[in-house]
Design a protein around this ligand. Structure first.
Ligand SMILES: [Zn+2]
Length: 497
């Protein structure tokens, strides 16, 4: 299948330029807008061997060829999410790797990293194989799992067999649980560091928790009588870990930062040269405990569980600090913590429903609408947080060919790499100027209302239900092939590969 994406606005060399993109043989090539027709005509008549390079296809002599008009649309690097829960093996009634990857494609993601809170826990190569087999058979995209830090993924048991898993995992994490002692974390960092792998930490000191905590320990908890989860339960462990990170030299990444204290600790650690990065999630950047309070005003609705996640939605000052952190680079990337559960589980209210909301299919429109359209964040910085920063830090596909969120030129052996301009069709089809072949196509003006019935995830609980947003993922291309293509009001992932 050869596809010509015509007239889109591509984020290339840190600026948006209008150019055409040719998808062929699993690769993507960029060239000057309008260069195609003339050059191709000339090339085809002059050189029969050019047909081998595909220009016959593009002209439509091949029934497999397709031209897609992307005028007014944005072509961004495929998003990557380093924090998702795909629940398989073990909990396939909540989500499967298949449905999770469909949801990812629908949300504009081409690479996702599922956390290890599954059964069996990926604690060695044998147990990891159970997950890898399902990924190989059913995933639509790059799905690169985590290995667990401890054998029970409980933050307390002995260290897993990281060495055997290292070649197959993106990093190690016990996400869902904090590592409860400094000694265990030091051992984990030393082992992961020796393997050249990241330790990725869900920071939560269980000695600072009260049983039954379900919302932020703050005004809403006080007013409602619900048990709160303190900010200190997060930031104290962040503080401990950045010191251990400095001591061991291990590369360290903090999951879903939610408190202002954590942001400041990480900011200072970075200034002193600690090898630490972190993520936050769209809901912490856009919502606070006030939104839960508002939703529960006059009596808690049965579906209030769609505001329940761990860490919880915190205060306004925390949200402001997180925004500042994304702005100044203290927070490196935005991950969704996509954590689907069944409808029945999430209908048990704030106290009894499990922690976690879906996130893959709402992140881009929510962040663009609430942060970019309001002038809080630049579009370019958002793209960096969603696409290139996670790929670079975790060594995911595209790490080498993306730069500050933009496609890094296009490279060529002749030019020695680094070229950031467009080229003619001739060079493009010869493969002299390739770009990263994972693309997320956005209709930046498209307005719609978030409706969980449109989700491809099995999880439907989201605090953003009913929100009006502007900016829609209309196509997701993975390795040069269409993984998702949406019609106006009929989003549907298509397995066209
Ligand atoms: Zn977590």
């Amino acid at each position: 299948m050869t596809i010509l994406l015509k007239g889109g606005r591509i984020f290339l060399g840190r600026k948006f330029v209008t150019a055409d993109v040719l998808l062929k043989g699993g690769s993507a090539f960029v060239f000057d807008k309008g260069a195609a027709p003339d050059e191709m005509t000339a090339l085809c008549s002059a050189a029969p061997d050019i047909e081998n390079a595909g220009c016959g296809d593009v002209f439509g002599t091949d029934t497999d060829a397709e031209v897609i008009d992307l005028s007014g649309k944005d072509i961004l690097p495929g998003f990557a999410d380093v924090h998702v829960h795909f629940r398989e093996p073990g909990f396939s009634y909540k989500e499967t790797i298949r449905t999770g990857s469909l949801a990812a494609a629908h949300g504009g993601y081409t690479c996702v990293c599922p956390m290890p809170n599954i059964v069996p826990v990926p604690k060695d190569l044998d147990s990891l194989r159970a997950e890898l087999d399902i990924i190989n058979k059913t995933s639509l995209l790059d799905v690169i799992p985590y290995g667990a830090i401890t054998v029970k993924q409980d933050g307390r048991s002995e260290l897993s067999d990281m060495e055997s898993m290292a070649p197959y995992v993106c990093a190690f994490s016990d996400d869902g649980r904090g590592i409860q002692t400094g000694d265990l974390m030091r051992d984990a960092m030393q082992l992961a560091g020796s393997l050249g792998k990241l330790i990725v930490a869900h920071c939560e000191d269980e000695s600072l928790l009260q049983p039954g905590g379900c919302v932020h320990e703050g005004l809403f908890a006080e007013a409602s009588g619900l048990i709160g989860i303190s900010s200190a339960s997060e930031w104290r462990q962040v503080e401990r870990d950045v010191n251990l990170c400095y001591e061991t030299g291990c590369a360290y990444h903090v999951c879903h930062v939610s408190t202002k204290e954590s942001v400041q600790i990480i900011r200072e650690a970075k200034q002193s040269g600690v090898n630490v990065t972190c993520e936050t999630a769209p809901h912490y950047l856009t919502l606070t405990q006030d939104d839960v309070a508002e939703y529960c005003r006059g009596g808690e609705p049965a579906d209030s569980g769609r505001f329940k996640m761990n860490p919880p939605l915190r205060g306004k000052d925390d949200r402001e600090a997180l925004r500042e952190g994304v702005f100044d680079g203290t927070i490196d990337m935005i991950a969704t913590d996509h954590a689907p559960h069944s409808a029945e589980e999430k209908a048990r209210g704030l106290e009894k429903s499990p922690f976690g909301i879906t996130g893959l299919e709402t992140s881009f429109p929510i962040l663009k609408t609430r942060l970019v359209e309001t002038g809080i964040l630049t579009y370019e910085r958002l793209i960096e947080c969603l696409a290139s920063a996670p790929r670079k830090r975790f060594g995911l596909p595209g790490a080498e060919t993306l730069d500050h969120g933009s496609f890094r030129a296009v490279y060529s052996e002749d030019a020695g790499g680094g070229c950031e301009g467009n080229v003619g069709y001739k060079e493009a089809v010869r493969g002299n100027r390739m770009i990263f072949p994972d693309l997320t196509i956005i209709d930046p003006e498209y307005e719609y209302t978030i409706d969980p019935d449109d989700f491809l995830s099995m999880g439907h609980a989201t605090p953003f239900e009913g929100d009006t947003v502007r900016g829609k993922v209309i196509m997701t291309i993975h390795k040069g092939k269409i993984a998702y293509e949406g019609c106006d009001n009929d989003p549907r992932a298509q397995d066209r590969n």
